[in-house]
Design a protein around this ligand. Sequence first.
Ligand code: GTP
Length: 230
Amino acid sequence: MAAEHQNADPDTATVCDRDSLANDSFQDSFQTRVFKIIVIGDSNVGKTCLTYRFCEAKFLKNPEATIGVDFREKTLELGGENIKLQIWDTAGQERFRKSMVEHYYRSVHAVIFVYDVSNLASFENLPEWIEECRRHSVPLNVPHILVGNKCDLGRGEVPTSLAQRLADSYNFPLFETSAKDPAEKEHVDAIFLTLAHKLKNHKPLRLKQPSGSTATPLTSEQEEKKLCFC
Ligand SMILES: Nc1nc2c(ncn2[C@@H]2O[C@H](COP(=O)(O)OP(=O)(O)OP(=O)(O)O)[C@@H](O)[C@H]2O)c(=O)[nH]1
């Protein structure tokens, strides 16, 4: 199985949030605060490619449909503090979500909703994804972001004005970008950086070290990579 598309073991994947209190970040052994971000939306909108673009700074060619969940991690240095984003890339296809849905939403710190600007149905389905979050008790006060992906294909199906109206109605920030277009890399980074800044100030530092926090990211090399945006 390719390292970049390894599906997480549900048991392993939930260790970190099982041990953390709801909506509290926890510190890993390197004194880094860890935050869980879930990426949700219809199948094929580019959730995997967006996550990969941010974590690996590349466009993932020929991704397979996500089964259950993949997760990746990236550590950022913000204002002298290490912030680790643990990004849960969830399956859009219903048949691949069933057994995992409860895990996605548990102890989540932020939510990214993705639609495809060239696919109106993926935009029209957003309220259902938002409703699913509510059903699983994701607190309203955790940061939520709306992302229109595939802007390289044009916004013919979902103009910015339409997307902005929906974003305003929920009071979510809106980003439009492309995981494919290398020139959009900074915009993709900006999505995750915006969240990291919000999360950094969101909760006081939690000092307790969770026992057995052995969640395994897709690749270990991501942990080594640190971006300094100070
Ligand atoms: N043109 C274009 N294609 C993209 C972009 N992002 C992703 N794709 C393509 O869209 C398809 C689906 O991408 P994925 O990232 O696997 O989509 P997903 O939302 O993770 O899909 P599921 O795993 O089924 O939920 C692939 O063929 C990608 O190459 C983009 O920004 N522009």
